[in-house]
Design a protein around this ligand. Structure first.
Ligand code: ZN
Length: 330
């Protein structure tokens, strides 16, 4: 029998994905791939607040809007992880249907192997980043993030935030119950063992899709390069965050205190299928400590580490930061 979850009495329902965080190995290679090949904007250079000797990279659209943000902990010598159950096994970006041939050509030009398929009616290109992280582009003309254009990716073809994440689970039942009963997702179709759920908090929002695939007898995920550490869902503000924290605890899931991540506030819990979920606030965003024009151009540290800046700068790898800034945006 799947567990049942109480529907929380919260002010603001979940509207979709806030960010995805994964582990990378070589920091420069990671930065170059996401800014140059995929054309994301590097919106924040900081450190892992729980481990300040490690960078924390944030990529997104021009503003780093919730629903566009992909973040990495680059550990230079970390081994590749094992992709199995209990984690996000694919992170999908959204792009206009008219950009499909263009992205196909771009992956070919960059010698990135890919597979092309149709999934629940939408064309999908699936490929991997340099660490083996599984990425997808879903071509779908629904609500989408504002694109970030670069010198060689026009706004008409640029990625427009996330489309979805895919969770691989040994048993999907409890997670499906949690999504639908507690988090306000609705079932939106199945295909080839894939179950689709869509956040119902705001029909005009983007990055609303969570897919679940069931893989019995697969290995358990082992964290390492190319593996997603967690997926975060959007809550608008601190008041909603506090209500969600109570609601999650009331459902007998262990939830962390509210943590200040400078650019958002976070709570974390492991959903019943063992994927680490975070709820992150839309406020205050990435312009809290630098201007929109200069996002990602300097190492930003939270107040508790500012006094250790010199040691942190000595201890972290040297980087060639992207030079584009917002120069290529339209
Ligand atoms: Zn996070």
């Amino acid at each position: 029998m799947p567990r049942t979850f109480a529907k929380p009495a919260v002010l603001a329902p979940i509207v979709g994905i806030h960010h995805v965080t994964a582990v990378a190995s070589d920091p420069q290679r990671n930065m170059d791939f996401y800014t140059q090949v995929l054309g994301l904007r590097f919106v924040k250079l900081t450190v892992n607040f729980d481990d300040p000797g490690t960078y924390h990279f944030y990529f997104g659209n021009e503003t780093g809007a919730p629903g566009t943000v992909l973040t990495f902990f680059p550990w230079p010598h970390v081994k590749r992880g094992v992709q199995g159950t209990g984690s996000v096994v694919a992170t999908a970006f959204n792009a206009p249907t008219a950009a499909r041939a263009w992205w196909t050509d771009r992956l070919k030009a960059n010698k990135i192997p890919f597979t092309a398929a149709t999934r629940l009616g939408d064309p999908v290109l699936a490929f991997e980043d340099p660490d083996g992280m599984r990425l997808e582009i879903v071509f779908h003309d629904g609500p989408a993030a504002d694109p970030f254009a670069t010198s060689d990716i026009p706004a008409s073809h640029a990625l427009r935030g996330f489309h979805s994440v895919t969770l691989s689970l040994e048993d999907a039942a409890d997670t499906a119950s949690l999504l639908q009963q507690a988090m306000g997702f609705t079932s939106a179709g199945t295909e080839n063992g894939r179950q689709r759920f869509i956040a119902s908090g705001d029909n005009a929002a983007f990055a609303r899709v969570v897919d679940i695939i069931t893989a019995e007898n697969a290995p358990t995920t082992k964290l390492g390069a190319g593996i997603v550490h967690h997926v975060a869902f959007r809550t608008p503000n601190l008041a909603a965050q506090q209500q969600w924290q109570t609601a999650i605890a009331d459902n007998d899931l262990h939830v962390t205190p509210i943590l200040d991540r400078n650019y958002f506030r976070s709570i974390y819990f492991r959903e019943p299928g063992h994927v680490l979920f975070e709820f992150a606030t839309d406020e205050p965003g990435f312009t809290v400590d630098e201007t929109l024009a200069t996002l990602g151009t300097a190492l930003k540290l939270p107040a508790q580490y500012e006094g250790k800046r010199a040691a942190i700068e000595r201890g972290t790898p040297k980087l060639r930061l992207p030079t584009s800034g917002v120069a290529g945006s339209t």
